[in-house]
Structure formats: C-alpha cells, structure tokens
Design a protein around this ligand. Structure first.
Ligand code: KE4
Length: 428
C-alpha cells in the first residue's frame, strides 16, 4: 500500500521548495521520504501512516519537556483565549525577561524576537554598532541561522546539503566574515594578533551542535574570552541550541565563561516561535529606541509564544529535572557504544547535558576536519535502520540529537533494542 508520507511529499513538492519549509527536513542527505508528522505526545511522534516513533529530534531542540506537555498546552490555551497578538507591551514579556536575566549568568537586559536567526542577526548588528567595527569571526561548521553574514562555511542544513557558503550572499558582505577552525586556540591567537582591534564580535556555539556535536576544549573558550576582552571585541555565545539544553544555566554556566551577549531560541519558546538576545547593559543600551542600532519585529514577544516559553522555563526548574535528563542521555550514549562494539561496528558517541552526538568514527571528533572523517554512508544506513524500527534520529550526520524529560526507561530500552538490531544489520 502506498505510504501517505509519499503521497503528501509528492503533493508538497508542487507548492513548497523541496516540499519542506526548512531544508534539513527534506531527508536529502539520508535519502528516502520525510515523515509527515501528525501528532506528538511525550517522547513520541506519529507519522501520516500512524506509525509511532521515539523522537530524538524534538523539533531540533525546543521540546525539552516532550510533546504536548499539559502545563505548556494549558498556558497557551489560557493566553490564546484573550487574543493572539497586540503589537503592544504585555506583562508576560516582563516576566520572561526577568526570568531569563535570573537564569542566564551574563544577562543584564534582553530583547525578544521570533527565531534564533533574528536573535543572531540582531546581536551581530548590535556588536557592529557598539564597536564601530565591521569584521565578525565565526567558526567553520557552526551554524547561527541564515542571516547573510553568517552563511559562510556554516553547518546544519547548509553543510548537510553540501553548500556551507550560500549563493546570494554578496562578496562585499561575506568578506567581512572571518572563519577559523573550531577548538583551534593557536589560529585564534594568530588572528587576533593581526586583526584583533578590527573585529566587532566573535560568534560561537559554546558547544557546537550543527556539525554534529563537537564539545569545546576548555582552553578554547577561555582563549576566546581573554582575547575578546583584550581587544574590545564583543563575545557572543550563540546558545540558541545549548540554552537550557546543556544545563540549567546554559553553556556559560556549565563552563564558567561569561560572554558579552547571548542569543537564545528553541527551548525558551517550548515549541513556539521565540528567540532572544541579551547581555551587558552598556551594550544593550545601544538598541532602539534607546540607541542607534535598529531592530524590530511585529510578533516579537508574542503573548501566546511567551506563555509557552514561560511554562517551559518554569517546568524545567523542577528539582532534579536536569540531573534526570542528563543521566538518561548518558545511559543512552554509554549503552549505544556497548552495543556497537558487540556488533563490531566502529562507532563512538558523547553527550553534553541532554544533547548528544553519534559518530561512525572510533572517537568523538574534536574539530570540523575530524567530523568530516566520520563514515556518513554508514550513518545514513543506521538512520534508516533505526527509522524502520521506530526510532526517529536527526536526518543528517551533521546534527545533534536531543533527549527530553519525557524519555524514560521504556524509551531508552526500546531505542537500544532497535540499535542492537541496526548495528548488526550494518555489520552484515
Ligand atoms: P532558527 O532561526 O532556526 O530558530 O535558529 C537558527 C539557529 C541559530 N543558532 C544555532 C546554534 C542553531 O542551532 C540554530 C538552528 N538550528 C537548526 C538545527 N541545527 C534548526 C533546524 C532547521 O534549520 O530546520
């Protein structure tokens, strides 16, 4: 019988480029037909054929609480009955701003937007306006959304599709984007010695999650902080993915490094469109209407989206939440490696908090170059073997995976059973 996913995908491609509203969803690198999701509950989602999957994508990170969490649904419904959007300030925006300032160590002021891309794009403009400089520094394989300046050697969907530097970005723009290797402190020292006083900002994923997961070397983050301080460069931690994902105080709390600005998204909206940028008050005071750096948004701080975000941020403060979700992720990662070894498959895995990486390579990569050494074909085979067995991993070798509070012993046991069978199917 023809799958409804195939029928829907064929129909979608007639009206939507690639049949999707975000490229990485198209299964282009893993092959096959994307699953059209009809509903989600807890750690599980169902596709158009009503097939059930244990979900490790979680909408690419936002669903830390799991799908359709009752507290979040109630908050959305309670807000929506009073209207969807006003284009005027609301008290809930003050509440989420105060909560983010309380939870994020470096945040003194914060502005809400509607996506991670808007957050990073705005933070970049703010850093350039604050310093009067034009150069920005990013790292190969890191993805910070699709603003022009940032689509240079980017990760995530750009890397997945094999076009890390997007067409359509004028050379005059791209030339101001400097790119170095993630985790390479020597390159960093050399560049800052040469150009440090011309660099407006460094934007970095404090734990890289868009070239698969690459953990930071402690000396790398320290070098970034020291060099930015020395040269008056704004250090931006792009915590759109790591924010409240790697720990209760984000990556900056986990590693004890204070950036000057932080960008957030995903978890802080709980599945609804919320992004944010914030940090030092003396920098944020340059944002309109206070200062000369313009930034705006019709739906910024949307009350229904903020209600979902507030409910999520409050629910994850529950005693033991982060310990439990981190322990579950560790158990998954450790057990996957045991099963791969038993099947004779060259495989490694690691996690930071509740985000994890799996690699068909003997050891977790510590750089973009090492990520490129992973066996992508074997990943693709493993992806489909797991999908067939009801486990939904990210459809790309260059993405991280996510465990949420709804993943329990049953989900982990079922995942490991599917993995054992999948690893053995690879070895054949
Ligand atoms: P959005 O504009 O997609 O909300 O956020 C962009 C962004 C910024 N910074 C980081 C560190 C990010 O990971 C992202 C978005 N992440 C990808 C997944 N790797 C979103 C998935 C997609 O593009 O469909």
């Amino acid at each position: 019988m023809t799958s409804r996913n195939d029928i829907l995908f064929e129909r979608a491609q007639k009206s939507i480029p690639g049949g999707v509203n975000s490229p990485v969803r198209a299964f282009r690198s893993v092959g096959g037909t994307p699953r059209f999701v009809t509903r989600g509950k807890g750690a599980r989602i169902w596709d158009a054929d009503d097939k059930e999957y244990i979900d490790y994508v979680g909408s690419w990170g936002p669903l830390l609480l799991g799908h359709a969490h009752p507290d979040v649904l109630r908050a959305v419904q309670d807000s929506a009955v009073h209207g969807l959007s006003f284009g005027a300030p609301t008290e809930s925006e003050i509440e989420i701003a105060e909560l983010l300032i309380k939870l994020v160590p470096s945040m003194e002021m914060v502005r809400l937007v509607s996506s991670g891309t808007e957050a990073t794009m705005s933070a970049l403009r703010l850093a350039r306006g604050f310093t009067g400089r034009s150069f920005i520094l990013k790292f190969e394989g890191c993805y910070h959304g699709h603003a022009d300046s940032l689509l240079v050697k980017a990760g995530s969907g750009a890397l997945t599709l094999g076009q890390p530097s997007s067409s359509g970005v004028p050379p005059e723009v791209a030339q101001h984007t400097l790119v170095l290797s993630y985790n390479d402190s020597a390159e960093l020292e050399h560049l800052f010695k040469d150009k440090g006083d011309q660099i407006a900002c460094v934007i970095v994923e404090p734990v890289a999650g868009n070239m698969n997961l690459v953990a930071p070397k402690p000396e790398f983050l320290r070098a970034l902080r020291e060099l930015c301080t020395k040269h008056g460069t704004v250090l931006i931690f792009d915590e759109v993915m790591t924010g409240f994902r790697v720990g209760p105080q984000c990556a900056q709390g986990l590693y004890g490094i204070k950036p000057d600005l932080t960008t957030l998204g995903k978890v802080i909206g709980g599945g609804m469109p919320v992004g944010a940028f914030g940090g030092r008050r003396d920098i944020m005071n340059h944002i309109a209407p206070l200062g000369g750096v313009y930034q705006a948004g019709t739906l910024s701080g949307n009350p229904v989206a903020v209600a979902a975000g507030l409910a999520t941020l409050r629910a994850i403060q529950a005693p033991g939440f982060f310990d439990r979700v981190t322990a579950t992720t560790k158990a998954l990662v450790d057990s996957l490696q045991v099963r791969a070894k038993a099947a004779g498959v060259v495989f490694s895995a690691q996690h930071v908090g509740s985000m994890f990486g799996i690699y068909f390579r003997a050891a977790p990569p510590t750089s973009f170059a090492e990520v490129m050494q992973c066996d992508k074909d074997l990943f693709n085979k493993f992806f489909h073997a797991m999908l067939d067995r009801g486990v939904y991993l990210a459809p790309s070798a260059y993405e991280a995976g996510f465990v949420g509070g709804a993943h329990g012993e049953a989900e982990i046991a079922a995942t490991l059973k599917a993995a054992e069978e999948s690893f053995h199917s690879l070895a054949r």
